[in-house]
Design a binder for this molecule. Structure first.
Ligand code: DX5
Ligand code: ZN
Length: 217
C-alpha cells in the first residue's frame, strides 16, 4: 500500500491543531528537524515534537537533518517519534550505526537517508539495520523545491538493494512530490510519499492525500 506523509514544515504553525486534524487521513506525519549546519536552514525541535505528539495519533516520522545525530536520536525517539531517520552524510559510519541502534533500543523504527548526490552503495552499510530508506528528491533544507527527475533511477536502484537485502524495509521519497511526480516515484519502487506544499498548499487536504496515494494506479 502507498503511504502519504504530509510534511508539517509547510503547515501553518499558528494553527497547528487544525492543520494536523486536516491531514488525519494520512499515514504518517513527517517532521523535519534542521540545525542550520547540516542544511542551510533551521526549523524546529523537541518542544514542538512534544506538542505535535499530543495533537495527533498518527505515527510521527522524524527526519533529522542535523550534524552528528547520535547526540539527539534517542531523545527524539523517547519524545514520541515512531520513526527516526538520520542522514548517511551527517557523521562517520560507526556513529551513524550507533545512532540507528540507539533508536532501535528506544523501541522505535529507524531510517537512513541520502542526499541527491550521495551514491546508493553508501546505503550498503546500513540497509540490514534500516526499517526505512529515505531518498531525497531535492537538496534537503527547504520545502517547495522542484523534484530532481534524475532521482527516479536512484529510487529504482535503492529498491533493488532493498529487495535483495531487506525486503521489509520501506522506501520513502521526499522533496517536490506532487500529482505529477508521485507516480514516477511509485513506479520506481517508492511506497512512502512525503508531501509538504502539495498537501498543505491545498484547501482540500483529504483529496490531495487521496490523489497522491492513487498516483501510481
Ligand atoms: C526538505 C524536507 C521536506 C520538505 C518537503 O528538506 O525534508 O520534507 O518539507 O517539502 P515539499 O513537499 O514542499 O518539497
Ligand atoms: Zn523531510
Amino acid at each position: 500500500m502507498i503511504k502519504v506523509a504530509p510534511s508539517i514544515l509547510s503547515a501553518d504553525f499558528g494553527h497547528l491543531d487544525r492543520e494536523l486534524q486536516s491531514v488525519e487521513s494520512a499515514d504518517y506525519i513527517h517532521f523535519d528537524v534542521m540545525d542550520g549546519i547540516f542544511v542551510p536552514n533551521i526549523s524546529f525541535g523537541m518542544p514542538i515534537l512534544k506538542c505535535v505528539r499530543k495533537l495527533t495519533k498518527l505515527p510521527l516520522d522524524v527526519h533529522l537533518m542535523i550534524e552528528k545525530p547520535i547526540r539527539y536520536a534517542a531523545e527524539f525517539a523517547d519524545l514520541g517519534a515512531d520513526i527516526v531517520t538520520v542522514h548517511a552524510e551527517s557523521d562517520e559510519p560507526k556513529e551513524i550505526l550507533k545512532a540507528m541502534s540507539d533508536i532501535k533500543s528506544a523501541g522505535k523504527r529507524c531510517g537512513i537517508s541520502i542526499k541527491p548526490a550521495t551514491p546508493v552503495p553508501v546505503l550498503e552499510t546500513y540497509i540490514e539495520m534500516a526499517d526505512l530508506v529515505l531518498v531525497m528528491t531535492v537538496e534537503p533544507g527547504f520545502g517547495g523545491q522542484k523534484f530532481i527527475a534524475e532521482m527516479a533511477d536512484k529510487i529504482r536502484c535503492v529498491k533493488r538493494l532493498i529487495d535483495e537485502r531487506n525486503p521489509e524495509c520501506e522506501l520513502e521519497v521526499d522533496g517536490g512530490i506532487n500529482g505529477n511526480t508521485a507516480g514516477i516515484c511509485i513506479d520506481s519502487g517508492a511506497n512512502v510519499l512525503v508531501a509538504g506544499s502539495s498537501v498543505f498548499g491545498e484547501e482540500l487536504r483529504e483529496r490531495a492525500i487521496l490523489e497522491l496515494r492513487r498516483s501510481g494506479v
